[in-house]
Structure formats: C-alpha cells, structure tokens
Design a protein around this ligand. Structure first.
Ligand code: GLA
Length: 411
C-alpha cells in the first residue's frame, strides 16, 4: 500500500493467465511463465555509464513470457503486442517472420523486438553457454516509449528464463551485463547498467542504491505514503527512443571530458573520479558543451548521495527539491528535456504541495516523476491534465505503479 505510485490508467492488460492461454492456443501445453519488470528511478540520471550511483526501483509493470524448450533447431517466438511471429535460430540465423503474410530472411532478425531476444542468446553464447530452441509467447504492460525501460524488461525476462530453463548458471548481475551488452552490440544504444540491473534485482517496497562502478548495492525501504506523499508519473506523450543517437552522443561527450581531465590526473577513469574543482580547473581546455555535460553529471552524482541521506532521515521536502535541481540540470546543462517535459515540471514547481518533479530516464520524451503531498495530488493531476491538454492538444497519461519484485518465474 505504501508503495503506490499515482492513480489512473495503465497500458495493456497482460496477465500470467492470458499469456499462458495464448501460448496454449499456439503451441500447446507445458509452458512456464516468467516476468521481468520496468522501473522508476528516484534520482541519479545519466550517472550509471559515468560509474556513479543510481536509485531505481522495479515496478508492477513489465514483460511476461510463456516459454517451453522446443525440439529445435528453430525457435518460434510470438509477440502479442506486435501480433507478429518469428521463426529463428537462436544460435545465429533467422528463417522467417510473418505478419500479415510477409516473410523475410537474414542472419539477424529485422524486427526490432526480436533483436533483443536474439541478442541475449548471442551474448550468452559469447560467454560460452548456449541457449537451446524454444517456443515462446510474450507481451507487456509497461508503456512503450514512456522511459520505464520496456526493452530492459524484455532482455531480463528472456535472459532470466533462458538461464533457468537451460541451467546456464549466470548470476543476476551477469544477466544484467548480458542485457546491457545486448543493447550495445545488437541494438546500438551504449546504455549503462541501471535498467537491466534493477529489472533483475528489484524488491517489493524497496529502492536499490547501486554503485555502478563496483556493482555493490543496498536496498532501502521506500514508503512515501507513510510520510504523506505520493510518487506520481505523468507521461508527456512524447515517445522517447534512445537509439536515435543523442544518448550515445551524451555518453561520448562525458568520455571526452574524462579524457581531458585524465591527461592531468592519470588516476581518473570516469566522471565519478572528477571533483567539481577539477572540472573548473580544466574547463578552459574543454568545448563548452562538454563542460556542461560533465558539470551536470558531477553534480548529479553528489546530489544522489545527499538525496539518500534525505530519504534515510525522512526529509521528503528536501529530497523533492533535489529532484527539481536534477531536472534543471537535465534540461539546461545536459539538454535532454523537451518543451512538454519542461511544461509539466514548471507547473509542478509553481504548485504548492508538489515537493519535486523531474524527467525520468534517458530523456527526449517519456515521463515526469513527481513527489507530491497526498493532500494536493488529485487536484494537481487534474490541473496538469487540463493545462497540458490546452497547450499541446493531448491529455497526458497518469501512470500508477507499485514498487515490486524483480524478474521471476510465475508459473
Ligand atoms: C536509459 C539507459 C540507462 C540510463 C538512463 C539515464 O534508461 O538505459 O542506462 O543511462 O537512460 O539515467
């Protein structure tokens, strides 16, 4: 109860039963059902690939997959959401995919969704452990493009299922790296480890503070309702897509800043090792944009550490103020916001009782995460829907989530 996030509509209606039924209809009996969740991240954005900290939690929305080993060599995988079935060799090579009668062939699947599954199998093989053939049906209820990591949920669901079904013996942290490397090598997004890590390690009622340099982590109880607050997600309705290249460009700019500082301090390996003073000292050697990107990250890493102290002490107003600061940095220094996201955060800032709000995830669209006093939440949400609707002609979706467990077998 204490982990409720917002009120309102959610996308999709997939359950373990409905996925199981669809599997039975197509491929017969005997499937197991696995799930892996999407996530929220309270604070610590674009810090994971800079070896800083993140503070995510798994949510009650994600991907479900009904799956059973097949005689092979080919696997049949059906996506409920795309109404598309693909037949492929998980050891390398696709023999065909059908949707409305179309068939295609090639080594790597053309369908974007299939690349994630194929990539996971290839990354496992690269590590010396092979996946057998499967029949599988999957679907999701994590809103696509809302910045809640539907792709990490897909990688984690299949990774977890393959690992268990074929007794591969990967740890959860290794599965997270496999999912992350699927993004790098098969999708083209050089993401950090946060989304896959939390999808596999999430715990009901807890946020996870992850040190992305060592992968050490600790769980922290998170119960805003006990303090009179609600966490609310408002979807800006701008679909974010990190494969467009801007995300990788931000990462390269951070790496460029590290190279410039490391030329003077060989011990510096990432922005985690760069202090605000060091950054100012070498500012003159950096392109202005590189400086701004680095400054945001260095500040955000420190902000997360202070924010954790606030949460531990129950200082929700102070934590919320840091969320506003994160948004300012993401918008003005890191430049990953949009007019829609800024509009929502500006309204939040000027509303009494909204402790904090910021864009969540990689940016370029997706959701605004809010921390709001329960007493004003409903009125604020009605207001944001009306005013955003008047400005942009679309009513933003309110997404309710419950902080939940990570990847697991359901049936
Ligand atoms: C995306 C990436 C993560 C992380 C966030 C920003 O969700 O997948 O690795 O970098 O953006 O914090």
């Amino acid at each position: 109860m204490t982990n409720k996030i917002s009120a309102g509509s959610t996308a999709g209606n997939i359950t373990a039963e409905s996925i199981g039924h669809e599997f039975e209809r197509r491929y017969g009996a005997g499937a197991s059902v696995y799930t892996a969740p999407g996530r929220v991240n309270l604070i610590g954005e674009h810090t994971d690939y800079n070896m800083g900290f993140v503070l995510p939690a798994a949510v009650d929305k994600g991907i479900m997959v009904a799956i059973r080993p097949a005689a092979g060599p080919l696997s049949r995988i059906y996506s409920v959401d795309y109404d598309s079935e693909i037949t492929l060799d998980l050891h390398g090579g696709e023999s065909g995919s059908t949707k409305s009668g179309s068939t295609k062939s090639g080594d790597v699947p053309n369908d974007q969704w299939a690349k994630y599954i194929y990539g996971v199998a290839q990354e496992m093989a690269t590590r010396g452990r092979s996946v057998g053939a499967v029949d599988a049906v999957f679907g999701g209820n994590v809103p696509l493009g809302a910045g809640m990591s539907s792709s990490a949920a897909l990688e984690s669901a299949f990774g977890f299922a393959f690992n268990e079904m074929f007794g591969l013996g990967f740890t959860l942290a290794e599965l997270a790296v496999i999912g992350q490397m699927t993004e790098h090598n098969w999708v083209g997004v050089r993401c950090g480890i946060m989304d896959q890590f939390i999808s596999l390690h999430g715990r009901a009622g807890q946020v996870l503070k992850l040190d992305c340099r060592t992968l050490e982590f600790e769980y922290k109880p998170f119960s805003p309702a006990e303090h009179g607050y609600r966490l609310v997600l408002v979807d800006s309705m701008v679909k974010h897509n990190l494969s467009g290249g801007e995300y990788n460009e931000r990462r390269e700019q951070c790496e460029e800043g590290v190279r410039i500082v490391a030329a003077h301090h060989p011990e510096v390996q990432s922005l985690r090792d760069v202090s605000p003073e060091m950054l100012e000292r070498y500012r003159g050697e950096m392109p202005e944009l590189v400086y701004r990107r680095c400054r945001y990250v260095v500040e955000e890493i420190a902000r997360l550490v202070d924010g954790c102290d606030d949460l531990d002490a129950g200082r929700y107003e102070e934590f919320g103020a840091r969320m506003f600061e994160t948004h300012r940095g993401l918008s003005q220094l890191f430049n990953v916001s949009t007019p829609e996201l800024d509009f929502i955060v500006d309204l939040a800032r000027s509303t009494e009782g909204v402790a904090g709000a910021r864009l969540m995830g990689g940016g370029f669209g997706g959701c605004v995460l809010h921390l709001i006093r329960c007493s004003v939440a409903d009125a604020y949400l009605a207001d944001v829907q009306a005013k955003f609707g008047a400005e942009f002609g679309l009513v933003p979706r309110i997404i309710e989530v419950v902080i939940s467990d990570g990847a697991r077998r359901l049936v």
